[in-house]
Design a protein around this ligand. Sequence first.
Ligand code: HEM
Ligand code: HEM
Length: 447
Amino acid sequence: MDLVKFHLVAALSWLILGMLAGSVEAYRLTSPEAAGFMEAVPWLSYGRLRIFHTNAVIFGWLTNGFLAFTYYAVPKLAERPLVAAGLARFNRVFLQIALAVGVVSILGGYAEGVEYAEPPWWADVLFAVSFVFAVINTIGTILKGGPGAMYVTLWYVGLAFVFTTLNFVMANTIVAHVAPGAAGAALSGLWIHNAVGLWVTPMGTAIVYYLLPVIVRKPIASHRLSLIGFWTLAFLYPLGGSHHYFYSPVPWWLQMLAVPLTSALLLVVYTVVYNFFATMKGSWNRISDDIALRFLAFGIFSYLLTCTQGPFHALLSVQKVVHFTDWIVAHAHLALFGVFSWWIFSFIYFVWPKITGRPMASRALAEWHFWLSVVGFFLLYYVPDTVAGLMQGFTWLRGLSIVDSLKAAQPFWIPRAISGVVLLTGTVLLAVNMALKPAESGQADGR
Ligand code: HEM
Ligand code: HEM
């Protein structure tokens, strides 16, 4: 349990750091003068802070959160302890060192030009070793597990760890060093695509497949649908990577092919979402008093929205307007914050009372966290940033200058800067709730 606790505390620390950086970036984009003294400090430059932000949230927050879930659920489902618990204990600290070396190097100006794989080779080696340690424990435990090891959650965890090992090595060797720049653009798109689709997506889906039946106390509605969702993700997902590089030097036939292959992903998503909602049937009333279930359900709604938006903006006519604009930034946040971060929040509210042996300290803090995260995100981040994207896209289509597009987008970046404060406050309230001891009556459980 110490392992789960450690990774959750590490995850939240990275999230708070990442959100701080995101908020500063968001503020800086509100006006040319906002950079202030930061302009003169190289390690606070916009470019470095942006990469710090994405690395802190994707690898620090989400990855630590997923590891916490893995170390909780895998032994339970495989009905045996981790095959190398000592290695996992060593690795929990080693991973934080690898991540810290990566982000400090980025702030120091040592970044490689592959999006989401920017840390330099020395940090890559540390992260790769740490990831292999985690693979040994997860795959080893699943393989040696009892009959429960066939449970759908474990297929997703297995898929995520195996694919991500291959994907990480490809990005940091071939894309970063053998075929950088335009030549490697298709592979770079594949790396981004697989990082979100074959690391974040299966790990998040695994969380829901585990938590939902446990919280609503009934089995997943359809085993057959979970099989279809899993195999279509494994086979269809890697094929559409070039949709990240529309209107780029990537061969045109590859871009054209990405359109139908992207639409085919709707099959994956709708199967999974239908299965989740069918499992929720009869339990919707419980979301009012169970914060874990509420974050889970809202995350499922956002997943449906993200993945309906995805094939829509992969249409070439829509791409013409939204590519390179904030529409995509809003989509990225809807997915990574509005879906996967909420599913990890759900896991925290579910598991924290179990691993600490005491309920969450304050129901009110949990409610505040929920409403600040959900309302703050949709009202202040997602909607304004999507509109900012449309303003940029249409300004460019009209042949106006980049300065005109900035002027058009800037009013919508002001609410986004405010969202930084709101979302960060929500997250700090969660951390406070985890740190506080509940009052003697013990009535405050956030679940
Ligand atoms: C306080 C909350 C947050 C704020 C204010 C914020 C703000 C920002 C800003 C201003 C950018 C740069 C946009 C640009 O350069 O045009 C950005 C990029 C990004 N952020 Fe955040 N962010 C927040 C939280 C998060 C979280 C929690 C995640 C993931 C779990 C995340 C993932 C990303 C990603 C992946 C990008 C790159 C998007 C792209 O290139 O399309 N952010 N964020
Ligand atoms: C079926 C569902 C989805 C489809 C079809 C889809 C499609 C797309 C497309 C076409 C782009 C590129 C747009 C452009 O650059 O103009 C994109 C960007 C992005 N998507 Fe999705 N998406 C889906 C779901 C997701 C999910 C679940 C995640 C997170 C786990 C995600 C994270 C991102 C991120 C981070 C970007 C920005 C990448 C960058 O910075 O270059 N998407 N998506």
